[in-house]
Design a protein. Structure first.
Length: 150
């Protein structure tokens, strides 16, 4: 019995994937703020393994392994403010998606595959003096999944 319980737990923790859009409903722009601001992606497409918390915006690695993350940042053109968000691991900058145009609209994206230890925390921050837009069309998203355990 303990072997089957152990095997079941082992299999369930190897199934980790999430995808979320910024706004839970409606449409709107977040920012600009004069400092970096944590983003919380509240509309959940999937959260297999429940490693992503839609109340804090934090992904917390449940198992040591290689994970892949990607994010898309949408913004309306603005002469003064770009649209940008950065991926952070345990509070340290990993990469940024950034775009700036004076009119129209645009999307930027980025991603990374990272070796994470149990308890490592990943999240996105809105870059200082920038903004991000989302609507029911889910323009701005944050996703990640476990590729394999190590």
């Amino acid at each position: 019995l303990s072997l089957s319980v152990s095997l079941s737990l082992s299999l369930s923790v190897k199934q980790v994937a999430f995808s979320a859009s910024l706004l839970a409903s409606g449409l709107g722009t977040i920012g600009p703020f004069n400092t970096e601001t944590n983003l919380v992606f509240r509309y959940i497409f999937s959260n297999i393994g429940n490693a992503y918390n839609p109340n804090t915006g934090f992904f917390i690695a449940p198992v040591r392994g290689a994970y892949h993350f990607e994010f898309y940042v949408y913004g309306h053109g603005d002469p003064s403010h770009a649209s940008a968000a950065a991926l952070f691991k345990n509070g340290e900058h990993v990469c940024i998606a950034y775009e700036h145009q004076t009119s129209g609209a645009g999307t930027s994206s980025n991603g990374a595959t990272l070796l994470l230890e149990v308890g490592d925390v990943l999240f996105l921050r809105l870059w200082g003096n920038c903004k991000i837009f989302d609507s029911v069309n889910h323009h701005s998203t944050f996703s990640g999944h476990l590729l394999f355990t190590m």
